[in-house]
Design a protein around this ligand. Structure first.
Ligand SMILES: Nc1ncnc2c1ncn2[C@@H]1O[C@H](COP(=O)(O)OP(=O)(O)O)[C@@H](O)[C@H]1O
Ligand SMILES: [Mg+2]
Length: 483
């Protein structure tokens, strides 16, 4: 019954189809047989009743002629041998009953239905009874009519027999269908089930090396299994080719990355060397300018004094550029040494330093007490230095200024910020601030090299953080960063 219970399997469906078809055929055949039997039974019943009516008619001629009802009743008693006959009687021509017969236990009366003047024989079916009328004719004269009524109960009995036989055959068919479906499962469903299992294993494990077992059933199944295995073979080959191509690509990417890294390292080493080696000669030029300014021939003319002054300023600018470039190169190459860093203390020290370097300026510092953070102290010093000195520089055109260093929590992350109320910048160009040598203010307005913020961004990126800025012209600027 497993095949029937699981109606979604192929074998289950085959079984149900088998049962349905054979059941329908059987019921239709039984119905046809029954109808045929019903008609022929009725016909033969009517025929035998007619024969009996003729015999009774012939035997009753003398009884009718000599008005001897007892003899006619004797003749009617002969009907006892026909079990279907329930009631019979003879009427004389006028319609009055001459003689009658009743099967034991029958007391119903039947109204005689008159025959037409030339009618000799007729039969009627009413309900479960059939009625036969036969005219008794002697030497061309009608003497009377014989009526015989028989029951059709036999038909009901036959129907019950048919029902029983049909049910038995149906049961037998079901058993046969189950056996056939069992066999068909072996032949048809089993190979399909095996194929489906293989397909499932392939799709789950993505293992294209498995193969479906060759089918010994039908040729179609063998073809299907073969085609399926071919498909797997092709997929496997394509996969191999794909994975080879991917490996090759990865290798090439690795090679290119290594080349790029080497080139980058060379470039950084080069810029570091240039910056470092420029510092020496520059220091000696600055030294000579200083000595010239102190010990040169007196009295010195104004022109020479101005030239010496310009020489001093140029060397100072160049020294600042070289320092910035050195910091920029170092930010990329130096190995990180993380430590507990106190940004509050750092900011306070830088602020003090700036205030003593230019005591005339009126700048208020608001530095928040912040918890320590894990970072590289040397590099964080460069970050704080750049941001606070920028704030100091870009507020220098205002008589009074306020510079703030604090932090806030945003989306569960600490965001530090340095805010000032100075010159500000065009917010549309905020992204350019962090590109090396990009400056939003002219050198005559605010001196500088344009390398500071690029260095700051590099350092924060190496710590896994980032930096962004907000500002408006003459409305101050705020630099936010995470570590
Ligand atoms: N606090 C600030 N206020 C307004 N503009 C600023 C501020 N900080 C930086 N900038 C702008 O960003 C540019 C790049 O800054 P930076 O890299 O530090 O270079 P530098 O300070 O040498 O000019 C500056 O030239 C300036 O235009
Ligand atoms: Mg700067």
């Amino acid at each position: 019954m497993k095949v029937l219970a699981n109606s979604k399997t192929i074998s289950g469906r085959l079984t149900r189809m088998n049962l349905l078809v054979s059941g329908t055929v059987l019921v239709l055949a039984a119905l046809a047989f029954f109808s045929y039997d019903l008609i022929s039974f009725r016909q033969s019943l009517v025929r035998s009743l007619e024969t009996e009516a003729q015999i009774i008619g012939a035997n009753s001629v003398s009884a009718l002629t000599f008005n001897d009802p007892q003899s006619a009743e004797m003749t009617l008693q002969g009907l006892r041998r026909s079990p279907d006959v329930r009631y019979a009687f003879i009427t004389v021509d006028g319609g009055a009953t001459f003689a009658q017969y009743r099967a034991p236990g029958v007391d119903a009366e039947i109204e005689p239905i008159p025959l037409g003047p030339r009618e000799v024989e007729r039969d009627w079916v009413s309900g479960r009874h059939v009625l036969i009328a036969h005219r008794i004719v002697f030497q061309g004269n009608s003497l009377g009519v014989v009526y015989i009524s028989a029951t059709l109960q036999e038909i009901g009995r036959r129907a019950r027999h048919y029902l029983l036989i049909t049910a038995l055959i149906l049961l037998f068919c079901m058993a046969a269908a189950l056996i056939i479906s069992g066999v068909s499962q072996q032949l048809v469903a089993q190979p399909i089930v095996l194929l489906a299992q293989t397909a499932r294993a392939v799709s789950r494990r993505k293992d294209y090396s498995v193969r479906a077992a060759p089918s010994e059933g039908s040729r179609e199944m063998a073809d299907l299994t073969g085609a399926f295995n071919d498909m797997l073979e092709q997929i496997e080959q394509q996969n191999e080719a794909l994975s080879d191509a991917r490996d090759e690509l990865e290798l090439r990417v690795q090679e290119r990355t290594a080349e790029l890294r080497a080139a980058n390292r060379e470039l950084e080493a080069f810029s570091y060397t240039v910056a470092h080696d420029l510092r020496g000669p520059l220091d000696s030029i600055a030294g000579i300018a200083f000595i010239l300014a102190q010990t040169g021939a007196e009295p010195r003319d104004e022109e020479t004094a101005e030239m010496i002054e310009r020489l001093k300023i140029s060397t100072q600018n160049m020294a600042a550029l070289i320092d910035d470039l050195l910091n920029f190169a170092r930010a990329a190459t130096v190995t990180l040494k993380t430590d507990e860093v106190d940004l509050t203390a750092m900011a306070t020290a830088i602020a003090e330093d700036m205030k003593t370097s230019d005591p005339k300026r009126e700048v208020e510092f608001q530095i928040a007490e912040l918890p320590k953070v894990r970072a590289d102290a040397g590099l964080m010093r460069v970050v704080m230095d750049n941001l606070l000195r920028n704030a100091w520089k870009y507020t220098s055109h205002h008589a009074k200024a306020c510079i703030e260093f604090s932090a806030k929590v945003q989306s569960g992350q600490i965001v530090y910020f340095v805010r000032d109320d100075g010159a500000g910048f065009d917010p549309q160009r905020a992204k350019e601030l962090f590109e090396p040598f990009h400056r939003l203010h002219s050198k005559s307005e605010f001196p500088g090299t344009g390398v500071g913020l690029a260095t700051v961004q590099r350092i924060l990126a190496r710590h896994g953080g980032r930096i962004w800025a907000e500002g408006r012209v003459e409305k101050g600027a705020t630099f936010y960063f995470t570590i």
